[in-house]
Design a protein around this ligand. Structure first.
Ligand code: FAD
Length: 260
């Protein structure tokens, strides 16, 4: 879709070239969402594709994924076989495979920063204990845990002008066994519930994160059983009680799979 109100398109080679910011500016990553509906409040797009932030690499104890890494790269990269948790990332991308066009263009950072309740990657990142590296226009970096990043529907902790620079996943956590479960009525319909469970064989511990049935992904307390008593489930086209029930079923199913 054309965005006729856009007055300026910036394509910086270096992020330091961007020294000012306004509320009617937006970072442009893959553009799969930005160009999918009118954006009447936006006048400037800052294209991130020229920044060279698409690498997948190992740094210290972390797997590091650059913000502009296209989703398709998560499917095609040659991963180490012992990184069993990569199956969770691949399942998250495949859940969008109804549209190959989207996974070719959409980026890891775009998916996380758009912060849809149905966001496919965020619950995996939460389960895997990922950290997000955030960069501001002064060149300062900070890190935040994936579970603290999204605070509502299309709401994150990013301040104006801040950008998600990289995703860091502890290498040790990539050895966890992961199950990604998603429920929707049709394969290409939005998810009603997403559950990502992990089993850490070293510590014999489970982790479970839920998404889509709640406005932002939540890491559940897991103490032999999951506690969902104080969780507010979304109630719209499907009632909150329905989403809670479906989520319970998916949790049981995912735990059964990783326990096998
Ligand atoms: C109709 C439709 C339905 C969709 N449904 C789903 C769904 O159910 N689940 C799902 O997971 N995906 C869904 N998507 C896919 C979604 O568009 C992409 O997966 C992704 O969320 C956007 O990635 P992008 O790189 O194209 O981001 P863009 O469209 O370029 O940007 C998306 C938003 O994120 C901001 N942004 C992008 N990168 C950064 C960054 N590094 N730092 C700060 N801000 C940034 C942009 O400013 C913009 O606000 C849907 C897409 C469409 C068109």
């Amino acid at each position: 879709m054309d965005l006729p109100n856009i007055e300026a398109y910036l394509r910086p080679k270096d992020i330091e070239n961007i020294t000012e910011w306004s509320e009617n500016w937006a970072w442009l990553a893959g553009g799969t969402w930005l160009f999918s509906e009118p954006q009447p409040h936006l006048v400037t797009l800052v294209d991130m594709q020229s920044l060279g932030w698409s690498k997948i690499e190992i740094e210290g104890d972390n797997l590091v994924i650059g913000a502009t890494c296209p989703l398709i790269k998560l499917l095609e990269h040659s991963w180490l076989p012992e990184w069993t948790a990569i199956a969770g990332l691949k399942s998250a991308v495949s859940a969008l495979a109804a549209s190959l066009k989207v996974i070719n263009m959409a980026t890891v950072g775009g998916n996380i920063c758009l912060a849809l309740s149905v966001g496919t990657l965020a619950p995996v990142m939460v389960t895997l204990g990922a950290n997000y590296e955030i960069l501001n226009l002064k060149g300062e970096l900070r890190q935040v845990g994936a579970s603290s990043f999204q605070i509502g529907f299309k709401k994150t902790i990013l301040q104006p002008g801040e950008v998600l620079r990289r995703v860091l996943i502890p290498l040790e956590n990539l050895k966890w066994k992961v199950s990604y479960q998603r429920f929707s009525f049709g394969a290409s319909d939005p998810a009603y519930s997403i559950v990502v469970s992990a089993y850490n064989p070293k510590k014999q511990k489970f982790r479970v994160a839920i998404g889509a049935s709640v406005v932002a992904p939540i890491l559940l307390e897991f103490d032999g059983d999951v506690n969902m008593q104080n969780i507010n489930f979304i109630g719209d086209a499907a009632s909150a009680a329905y989403r809670r029930e479906i989520t319970t079923v998916l949790i049981r199913r995912s735990l059964d799979i990783i326990e096998q």
